[in-house]
Each structure stands twice: as C-alpha cells, then as structure tokens.
Design a protein around this ligand. Structure first.
Ligand code: SAH
Length: 257
C-alpha cells in the first residue's frame, strides 16, 4: 500500500515507529539497572511466567532472559517493535522461552493469578502508574512481583519550566514517597525503590538517539512530522541536562500480598 492511501495519522505513526525502531532502547535504562531491580526478586524457577509490558524492541527483556529461568512474554502495542523483538530473541537463541506479542497493557489477556513477575521499564505511564498497578495485580500470583520504572520528582518543589513540561506530558509524575504509597494502596508490599543513574539517560538513551536523529532528518528531509519529532526529542534532552537534579526515572519493586 502506498502512503497516499494511508491517513496522515498512519503515516506519522509509521515514522515514529521507524525512528524508535532504529535505537537500542525506547526509554532510559541499562542492563546494570535491570539486573539491580532483578536482585530484589527471589521467587523465580523454570516454571515461572513473566510478562514484560511495553517491552519495545526488547533491550531489557533479553537482559532479563539471560538472568532468570522461566517463560517470558514481551507485550507491546507496536507490531514493528514486536517483529524486531522476536528477531532479537531468535538471534540470541532465546525463542523457546521468550516471545513477543502485540497487545495493549490496558487489556491484558493473561489468566488471572498466572504470572510470577510483571516487568515494565519506562512504559507504565502509558496507562498511568496507579491504574497499571491496580489493574495488573489480578494477573499476578499471590507473592508475585511487579517491577516498574517511572518518572518521579526528587524534591517537593521545582522550577516552573520543568514542572509545566511534565504537566503537559504526564500529570501523574509524583514524588517517590507518594509513588510508594500508591504502590502500597494498590495491594503490594513496597520492596525497594532506587533512582536509575544519569548514564541511563545520557549514554544509553540520548546518545544513541542523537546518532539516529541526523540520519533520520536527512532521510526524511522536508517532513514536518520528522522535524517536530526530533525537535521534541532534543528539547527533552535539553530539559534533562538543565533540571536533572529535580526528576528522573525511579525503579519501584513491589510484592503482591
Ligand atoms: N521498555 C522499553 C520501551 C519503553 S518506551 C525500554 O525501556 O526500552 C514505551 C513503550 O510502551 C513503547 O515501546 C510503546 O510502543 C509501548 N506502549 C505504548 N502504549 C502501550 C500500550 N497501551 N500497551 C502496550 N505497550 C504500549
């Protein structure tokens, strides 16, 4: 099908997918951080079932798979990410235990109380932290874990510029104690929280994106969508550099009771 037959929306959607497909991760994180979060989880065996929600192309899922027993299902809304995910799993000889499926985290088709662990790095914001924790809980076995990373404020007050930016993009950003209370209220024991290091943004996210941006702008010269997408990405990086002492991503690990 040529682009003429698609709506503008489809075309934009494909461009955004193409951009994010070409970087290793679609959000801040690192293998070390994935392993640190994993170190708080102690219930996994060969028969465990794990779901990675909003897995993207699966950077963190493959790290998980190399370090835990059991079956892992990666779920993402974008079919193109899932194609790349499954190709990666095959290349790493993990296809017998790691499968990517297309689907939405707000409409999970797992059996109730069937999962030992729900993982989600930089993705729960798509349905909101509280809603995600509340809705996903029923799919976990009692004693199962949830491990998610989420944008959080480090201080009670912050400059208007960064406050307004987040209010325009994700009003659920909150302080760490408030997020921990939300986790507890959703029926989990808060097991651990830690701030993911700056290098997860700079080295593992912004730097690979920067490399992609020039080539992507050239390839799609004249595309307003691409110009706006890249301008938005660059703005996000500038704000991070300026205000990183006020916010960041925090890992939250909880155990269903
Ligand atoms: N976990 C990956 C990707 C984070 S980016 C990483 O850390 O690199 C957020 C991901 O959530 C994207 O891959 C996006 O496609 C996915 N996503 C957005 N809305 C979703 C939904 N409703 N259900 C499932 N995945 C969703």
């Amino acid at each position: 099908m040529s682009n003429e037959n698609k709506s503008i929306h489809d075309f934009d959607f494909n461009l955004i997918c193409e951009y994010f497909s070409s970087v290793e991760r679609q959000g801040p994180g690192s293998p070390e951080v994935t392993l640190k979060a994993l170190s708080f989880i102690d219930n996994l065996t060969d028969s465990s079932c794990i779901a990675d929600l909003g897995c993207g192309t699966g950077g963190q899922t493959m790290t998980l798979a190399g370090n835990v027993p059991g079956q892992i299902i990666g779920l993402d809304l974008f079919p193109e990410f899932i194609n790349i995910f499954n190709r990666n799993a095959e290349q790493l000889n993990l296809s017998d235990r790691v499968k990517g499926i297309t689907g939405s985290m707000d409409n999970l088709l797992f059996e109730k109380e069937s999962l030992d662990l729900i993982w989600s790095e930089g993705a729960i914001y798509n349905i909101g932290f509280e809603r995600g924790l509340n809705e996903w809980r029923e799919f976990l076995k009692t004693g199962g874990y949830v491990a998610v990373s989420e944008a959080s404020w480090f201080t009670n007050e912050r400059p208007d510029e960064i406050h307004d930016f987040w209010m325009a993009h994700y009003t659920e950003i909150d302080t760490i104690p408030n997020k921990v209370a939300q986790m507890q209220n959703a029926g989990y024991i808060p097991i651990a929280t830690f701030i993911i290091p700056e290098t997860c943004w700079t080295e593992h996210f912004f730097a690979p994106c920067l490399k992609t941006q020039e080539a992507f702008l050239k390839k799609h010269a004249g595309s307003k969508t691409v110009e706006e997408l890249i301008a938005g990405q660059r703005h996000e990086k500038e704000l991070y550099d300026k205000y990183k002492e006020f916010y960041g991503y925090v890992f939250y690990i909880g155990k269903k009771i």
